[in-house]
Design a binder for this molecule. Structure first.
Ligand SMILES: Nc1ncnc2c1ncn2[C@@H]1O[C@H](COP(=O)(O)OP(=O)(O)O)[C@@H](O)[C@H]1O
Ligand SMILES: [Mg+2]
Length: 205
């Protein structure tokens, strides 16, 4: 049996980690083989790359950054995601290709065709079966942030471009991407997520 690949997307502090972990626990409690991971990261190599990307003390050239994200994703797909999907597991990933398109493409303004091509090499064509985009106004996200990393220090304008980028991607791929209102309480959001995943797994309600 082929597994199912689920991703969570959204700007900083939109609730991705909170909601993906709740889904993970719920699936495990229901005896469903589930793997949770994150992009960038999830593998020893990927986690080292993540440190460079998110905690760099010197500035990184925008294309160097784009190549590092692609490198981390390639390792994650090869080492974790692809084997788990083929092994029939549910794979949950905190961020994936859509973050790449939203941040490197729409917000940084790099040539989207090149970003798409780099992503193709990185993902080997693997796409999520379903993506939850947690949409949140930038002001609310900034209020939620208490820990500052490199991306979180970018200005409001940048976050706004990322948010709009995500919404554009969701508009173009409305079959795959479920947009959720991140202002809603966690319980309400996780209920919607559970129901959507249940349908995908052909679970009795
Ligand atoms: N729906 C929500 N309503 C209110 N607070 C939330 C909600 N989802 C997450 N939070 C809080 O916002 C902060 C950021 O959430 P987190 O899941 O870490 O976001 P992300 O992984 O997208 O950066 C945390 O303090 C979390 O408890
Ligand atoms: Mg997170």
């Amino acid at each position: 049996m082929k597994g199912i690949f689920i991703t969570f997307e959204g700007i900083e502090a939109s609730g991705k980690s909170t909601l993906s972990n709740i889904l993970y626990k719920w699936l495990r409690e229901n005896q469903i083989n589930t793997v949770i991971t994150r992009d960038p990261g999830g593998t020893p190599t990927g986690e080292m790359i993540r440190k460079i990307l998110l905690h760099a003390e010197t500035s990184i050239d925008v294309w160097t950054e784009a190549l590092l994200y692609a490198a981390a994703r390639r390792q994650l797909v090869a080492e974790i995601i692809k084997p788990a999907i083929f092994n029939g597991s549910v794979v949950i990933c905190d961020r994936f290709s859509d973050s790449y398109f939203a941040y490197q493409g729409y917000a940084r303004g790099l040539d989207l065709n090149v970003i798409i091509e780099l992503n193709r090499i990185a993902t080997q064509g693997i796409k999520p079966d379903i993506t939850f985009l947690i949409d949140l106004p930038v002001d609310m996200a900034l209020k939620r942030l208490n820990e500052k990393d490199r991306l979180e220090l970018e200005d409001k304008d940048f976050h706004e471009k990322v948010r709009q980028g995500f919404l554009k991607i969701a508009e173009n791929e409305s079959q795959r991407i479920v947009v959720l209102d991140g202002r809603k309480p966690v319980d309400e959001l996780s209920q919607i997520i559970r129901e959507t995943v249940m349908k995908l797994l052909n679970f009795p309600a």
